[in-house]
Design a protein around this ligand. Structure first.
Ligand SMILES: C[S@@+](CC[C@H](N)C(=O)[O-])C[C@H]1O[C@@H](n2cnc3c(N)ncnc32)[C@H](O)[C@@H]1O
Length: 199
């Protein structure tokens, strides 16, 4: 895997750059109990925009929060889920920039000329194995909290992790409060690990 070129500062800045557009287009969407946090998908999309990426391959759609944010922000998406929610897929069907697959994430993901890869199922070492065999320009892997064993590897590779970043903590407040959670939950779960590679 090539070295990561993102820094905490550049990732925070690219998230802040797209924050007004994110609030305008995605502000009404509700994160769900199983979804990524708003600040996490914001950071991923900021990094993708910064890298000039238009195409995203996502795995792990579930109730569609991350997928719909990507669609509303205008990315061209292929989304895999081997056990998708039928009602969600019916709701998302209206986006003509989204192709939904009911299938496992491929072991090797490829899209030309450059693409972002967002993995929220599979997770951990399985997600890292897909990144090892694929050639994304930007990658995000969810649920890389400090207690996740795979976190050691992303820390060694100096990926950016959103628990160290948090440019837009306010965005997550409503979501965490509605679930009776505090930010200390980020020790146990959540946390997006992000990297950008120059191939
Ligand atoms: C946490 S949910 C995804 C939440 C979504 N990204 C969001 O922000 O709303 C995880 C999903 O990943 C799917 N999943 C898990 N492993 C998978 C795999 N190897 N390939 C495709 N989908 C997978 C599960 O079926 C589940 O729907």
């Amino acid at each position: 895997m090539p070295p990561n070129v993102l820094t905490l500062e550049s990732t925070a800045q690219s998230a802040l750059d797209i924050l007004p557009e994110f609030q305008r287009k995605c502000g009404k969407l509700k994160a769900t109990p199983s979804s990524m946090l708003p600040s996490e998908i914001l950071c991923f999309m900021g990094a993708c925009r910064q890298a000039g990426i238009e195409k995203i391959v996502e795995s792990g759609r579930s109730y569609g929060y991350s997928t719909e944010c990507l669609a509303l922000m205008g990315f061209d998406i292929i989304s895999y889920d081997y056990n998708p929610d039928p009602n969600t897929d019916a709701r998302l069907f209206r986006y003509n920039n989204l192709v939904m697959k009911k299938a496992p994430c491929p072991v090797v993901v490829s899209a030309a000329p450059k693409f972002g890869l967002l993995l929220d199922g599979p997770k951990g070492v399985d997600a890292l194995s897909i990144v090892d065999q694929s050639n994304p320009t930007v990658v995000g892997i969810h649920d890389m909290a400090p207690k996740n064993p795979a976190r050691i590897r992303v820390d060694q590779m100096q990926w950016v992790t959103t628990d160290r970043l948090n440019p837009c903590e306010e965005l997550d407040r409503e979501h965490l409060l509605s679930r009776g959670l505090q930010r200390s939950v980020l020790e146990e779960s959540f946390v997006l690990a992000i990297a950008q590679f120059i191939h």
